[in-house]
Design a protein around this ligand. Structure first.
Ligand SMILES: NC(=O)c1ccc[n+]([C@@H]2O[C@H](COP(=O)([O-])OP(=O)(O)OC[C@H]3O[C@@H](n4cnc5c(N)ncnc54)[C@H](OP(=O)(O)O)[C@@H]3O)[C@@H](O)[C@H]2O)c1
Length: 282
């Protein structure tokens, strides 16, 4: 996205009342997002401690000796002293180097082999150094979470697992597991993803046009997006919502103004079809 958009929309979001900001090394916008946060602190709109900022360790920095320098690079771009949460972006490692997705001459992605437990110990050290308040993971399945949870000498367990989650992929089994381990499930693509041609099959169903979601929207006199966001809150899931429209950024905060009935939640549960929008080749 144009860099100016990340700057302006982050400012708009903070003005509207958003406090949880999710970004990543991969998104190449941490300079702009950091600038937006710092300008809202300078204006007196928020204090640093009011903001919950998440960054993510990209897959080319998985080797233990690269973990802290990668976070330090994010902090330098952000011009912040610490992040609130640092998470492993994907459980898949890529060959270190300049390319975000390194490929060989035939276009094949170049993977790396890194011990997940050694990577996690490097994450723990980032927390001990005060560079991040908490550490967690993203796109992990149960088996991968268990590799960390069962690590001998584990100092800190992952506080969260950020995964694709919406009525078509409600992750109920993973959610139950995470709850049983006191790990917060954070939902991305909760509105059905940005449908970017690079990541998403253009023939996939449009979540916010689903007739069941639209009927519930009509019943509650709210938008389909708000039904999809509220669904997650009532299941005990932390939900992310991306928008570059001032109107929709403001609208999405109405998620705190109404409630779905338990029947509505059950109806939405019934939409699950294990359908994943994110077709990242990792
Ligand atoms: N950990 C990971 O691997 C991972 C992967 C993907 C995403 N994420 C994170 O999750 C965040 C959100 O997920 P996402 O990027 O897939 O998008 P999303 O939140 O599912 O949003 C999808 C689209 O919904 C539209 N939208 C927003 N509010 C709306 C409303 N009230 N009514 C109608 N449409 C609305 C937005 O378009 P407009 O801009 O036009 O409003 C947006 O492009 C990302 O920004 C990123 O931080 C993480």
């Amino acid at each position: 996205v144009p860099k100016s958009e990340a700057l302006e929309d982050t400012k708009l979001a903070i003005d509207a009342g958003f406090r949880h900001i999710d970004s990543a090394y991969l998104y190449k916008n941490e300079e702009e997002v950091g600038l937006a946060i710092r300008s809202k602190i300078a204006d007196g709109v928020v204090k640093r401690q009011d903001i919950f900022y998440t960054s993510k360790l990209w897959s080319t920095f998985h080797r233990p000796e690269l973990v802290r320098p990668s976070l330090e690079e994010s902090l330098k771009k952000l011009q912040l002293d610490y992040v609130d949460l640092y998470i492993i972006h994907y459980p898949v490692s890529l060959k270190p180097g300049g390319e975000l997705i390194p490929k060989d001459d035939h276009g094949k992605v170049l993977f790396d082999t890194v011990d997940l437990c050694a990577m996690w110990e490097a994450m723990e050290k980032c927390k001990d150094a005060g560079l991040t308040k908490s550490i967690g993971v993203s796109n992990f399945n149960r088996r991968q979470l268990e590799m960390i949870l069962n690590k001998p000498g584990l100092k800190y367990k992952p506080v969260c697992n950020q995964v694709e989650c919406h009525p078509y992929l409600n992750q109920s089994k993973l959610l139950d597991f995470c709850k049983s381990k006191d790990i917060v499930l954070v939902a991305f693509s909760a509105l059905g993803a940005q449908r970017d041609k690079i990541w998403v099959d253009q023939s996939s169903p449009v979540l916010l046009e689903d007739p069941v979601i639209c009927a519930l929207a009509k019943k509650h006199e709210r938008s389909p997006a708000l039904i999809a966001l509220r669904y997650q809150l009532q299941r005990g899931v932390v939900v992310l919502a991306k928008s570059f429209s001032e109107k929709r950024i403001k609208e999405n905060l109405q998620v705190f103004e109404f409630q779905l009935t338990s029947e509505d939640v059950k109806t939405l549960d019934g939409l699950n079809r294990n359908f994943r929008y994110d077709a990242t080749p990792l």
